[in-house]
Design a protein around this ligand. Structure first.
Ligand code: HEM
Length: 271
């Protein structure tokens, strides 16, 4: 298969895969398998997938560098639009839950901090989606890149919303934050070292430690739990998998996959 055909196939696969969680939601709802509070269940589902697609979108830049495959970047727009789509569906479900009463929705957004930051994130998603086209990229020139740096504060807002929303168990929000930290730390490293296996191994070790710090700070600040309890829980083999373990496995996975990719024999162009 030619590289162009392979890329086109991957692009189509990404579109189909990004629609699967929505299709599963519709199917479960139709079959009455959404539990006692279907709208709440759908809210959680779409919120989780919005964050998941946001992280996958942010993973494209490192993946392009690690696998040395520039066309990968063409998938970023589709993945970003999938994240925005799930975030808008999530917001739509909230409005539906409030019986389409926009006054109540607006008052709630103003009154509750976690909804205020969620709404700001939704607005940022809309701005980024509208301007994601080639036309807008040409029109805005250098400002396009500046505007699209908004994705980082947007992700931070989405994660804070995730934490505030998670009530007693913040494990998923902690895990998402750990993965986000990996993606941000990789970007912060100098270009000439960030794709080296030893750097990736260092990141694989550093990010779970930071994940434990984030989790410990959260439980300490929000519930008064002594930080050492979270550290001990993360070191207890009986409690595997905790968020930091998943972040560690993801980081080590990046090291292994990158090494295997680089060992792959390359086709040489005949002279
Ligand atoms: C105005 C905008 C938003 C509103 C009104 C809103 C509303 C809500 C509500 C009511 C819940 C809790 C459901 C429950 O436990 O009963 C929730 C949870 C959540 N939201 Fe949002 N949200 C907004 C924006 C966002 C955005 C932009 C994202 C992500 C990009 C997001 C991600 C999440 C996640 C991950 C959860 C928790 C899911 C879980 O615990 O599994 N939300 N949101």
């Amino acid at each position: 298969m030619s590289p162009a055909n392979r890329l086109s196939l991957i692009k189509h696969a990404v579109v189909v895969l990004s629609l699967l969680p929505a299709a599963e939601l519709v199917l479960r709802w139709q079959m009455g398998r959404m539990g006692a509070r279907p709208t709440t269940e759908a809210l959680l589902w779409t919120g989780d997938w919005a964050v998941a697609f946001l992280l996958i979108t942010l993973a494209i830049t490192p993946a392009r560098a690690l696998f040395d495959w520039p066309p990968l970047v063409t998938l970023r727009r589709r993945l970003g639009l999938a994240a925005a789509g799930y975030a808008l569906l999530h917001f739509g479900l909230y409005v539906f839950d409030q019986k389409w009463n926009l006054v109540v929705v607006a008052l709630e957004i103003v009154k509750r901090f976690y909804l205020t930051i969620g709404f700001v994130a939704v607005l940022a998603f809309v701005a980024l989606s509208i301007t994601s086209t080639d036309g807008w990229q040409r029109r805005l020139r250098r400002n396009w890149k500046r505007l699209h740096y908004l994705v980082y504060p947007l992700a931070v807002l989405a994660l804070i919303h995730f934490f505030l929303q998670s009530k007693a168990n913040v494990s998923d929000a902690v895990m998402a934050s750990g993965l986000f930290l990996w993606l941000m730390l990789w970007r912060a490293l100098p270009r000439d070292i960030r794709s080296k296996p030893q750097t990736l191994a260092g990141l694989a070790v550093a990010t779970p430690i930071l994940t434990v710090v984030v989790e410990a700070l959260w439980y300490w600040g929000a519930k008064g739990v002594p930080p050492m309890r979270i550290v001990e829980a993360s070191l207890d083999p009986m409690l595997i998998p905790r968020p930091a373990h998943i972040v560690l496995v993801a980081g080590l996975g990046v090291v292994v996959v990158t090494l295997l990719w680089r060992l792959k024999p390359r086709k040489t162009v005949p002279s």
